[in-house]
Structures are given as C-alpha cells and as structure tokens.
Design a protein. Structure first.
Length: 173
C-alpha cells in the first residue's frame, strides 16, 4: 500500500469508533516499510481524527511497520500485545498510547478459536489411538494374505501364457 492508501484506510477504520473513554490526546504514527511516512491520530471530545501530517506537539509517537498498523486498525493485532512483543515502538507519554489502545479495535477473535482448537486436538488424538488398535489385528492377518497373494500370482501367470498359445493354434486351423 502507498502512504496515502494507508492513511485513508486507517481514517475509514478509526473515525467510526467512539473514543470517549480515551480522553483528549494526539499520537503521531511513523510508518516504516511499504508506505513509509507519518500521520497523526487525534482524539478530542470522543471523536477520532486521522490526518496525513506530522504532529510535533504529540503526546506519544508510535513507530511501526505498515502491515502492523493495518493489522491494528483491523483489530487483527492488539496494540498492547504488539507493544509488548516489540512490533511497535512507543515514544513519549505511554499512558496516552494506552488510552488510545483501549479504543482501537480489539483482537479478541484470536482468543476464542484457541479454546476451540484444544478440543479438536483431543479429538485428533483419540482418532489416532483408535486406528492403532485396529492396525494390530490387521498385521496378524497380513502374512496369510501375502502367502495367498503369492500363490494366486503364480497360478494366473501360467494359464495366461498357455491361453494365448491355444488361441493362436485355434486361429491357424
């Protein structure tokens, strides 16, 4: 994405949010990687404004890769988690960043599937255990099947060679 597309995307995502809980704040966002540039997010009277300018009198500054900025705007990446993991860097008043973080879309969707995935793993483990029990009796029957298969392989081979010879002799008559 270009710088302009990133700013427009974040504007569309964040201006819909009620930010009354955040109080008044101004956070500059320095985008690294694709679409490199700077924009700011200001919260005033519960409304969020996103503008494509540097904001020199900001309360805090976030430095992050463009993909992480988009993921936070989408709610796919929790801003606090990204901060703790070192994906984003916060300079200045961290409390203002945390206040902004509280109104950003939450990445709660990832936590719910993790709980559902655990029972699925148990079911897969149970399925794996059942075939192992069935496989043991099958191994006992296999040597007998192998012997029968060898005998059957030997028998059809001989008549198959004789049959074409007989047909050839029948055609000559």
């Amino acid at each position: 994405m270009t710088y302009e597309e990133i700013v427009e995307y974040v504007q569309k995502k964040l201006t819909k949010i009620d930010a009354a809980k955040a109080g008044d704040l101004a956070v500059q966002v320095d985008v690294t990687g694709d679409g490199e540039g700077a924009f700011y997010i200001a919260v005033k009277d519960g409304k969020i404004a996103v503008e494509p300018y540097e904001y020199y009198d900001h309360d805090a500054k976030i430095v992050a890769d463009s993909s992480d900025i988009i993921a936070m705007a989408d709610g796919k990446l929790d801003a606090g988690q990204a901060f703790n993991e070192g994906k984003i860097r916060v300079e200045g008043n961290v409390e203002k960043f945390l206040a902004l973080k509280e109104v950003l879309p939450k990445a709660a969707k990832k936590a719910a599937p993790a709980k559902k995935a655990a029972p699925a793993k148990k079911a897969e483990t149970a399925k794996k255990a059942e075939p192992a029990k069935k496989a043991a009796p099958a191994k006992k029957a296999e040597p007998a099947k192998k012997e029968e298969a060898k005998k059957e392989a030997e028998k059809p081979a001989e008549p198959a060679k004789k049959a074409p010879a007989k047909k050839a002799a029948a055609k000559k008559k």
